[in-house]
Design a protein. Structure first.
Length: 202
């Protein structure tokens, strides 16, 4: 079809390109990597954004297979913090991303900065699970989510720039709520301590 002049710039009504569609197929055939390389070589936009602000890699993380994630990385898809955050709910995909950014200190620091948020997510899902069981409901879905998030948190905790877990403690504002955001996004220990000085841990 490419030889016959098939266009690679066409999109669906929500802005999905051929790469977005390919990322969502969730297939693991090895030939998919060769096809993806060909499409990118022929001009398919690897960083195209659809109406949901998703790149093809975003779609692969959300709806594709782990192999799809590896394939898009292999052909040059840029890994961003939003991808790391989305992959936290899918530890196998998070592992693929972390393996890829192993030599990029800036992205590793961004991954490590997710620690506080992940601890909060685990605590929140545990609370939801408890509420469900307290009302007689089944908590299997919650248990699965907690297991996946905990696995991702352990992965993040192994990173060299991982920050302390002080953010787990209750916080009383001394200056302003923005201080907590500063704690969550701090990428160095000095930045973390500076942000922590703005709050009072109770």
């Amino acid at each position: 079809m490419l030889a016959a002049g098939a266009r690679l710039d066409l999109t669906t009504r929500v802005g999905d390109t051929i790469l977005h569609e390919m990322a969502a197929m969730k297939r693991e055939a090895k030939i998919r990597l060769a096809i993806l390389r060909l499409l990118v070589f022929k001009g398919a936009a690897l960083e195209a954004v659809n109406a949901r602000d998703e790149t093809p890699l975003s779609v692969a993380i959300d709806r594709g297979s782990t192999d799809d994630v590896r394939h898009f990385i292999a052909v040059g898809a840029k890994v961003r913090k939003c991808h790391l955050e989305a992959a936290a709910y899918r530890p196998d995909k998070l592992r693929a991303l972390i393996d890829h950014i192993a030599d990029d200190p800036d992205l590793l620091a961004q991954a490590a900065s997710l620690g506080g948020w992940l601890r909060g997510e685990v605590a929140d899902w545990r609370r939801r699970a408890q509420e469900r069981t307290d009302t007689g409901g089944k908590g299997s879905f919650f248990a699965g989510m907690i297991e996946r998030l905990t696995k991702s948190l352990k992965m993040i905790a192994e990173l060299p720039s991982y920050l302390p877990a002080d953010a787990e403690k209750p916080v009383t504002w001394v200056e302003e709520p923005a201080a907590f955001t500063a704690i969550q996004v701090a990428t160095t220990l000095d930045a973390y301590r500076s942000a922590l000085a703005c709050v009072e841990i109770s």
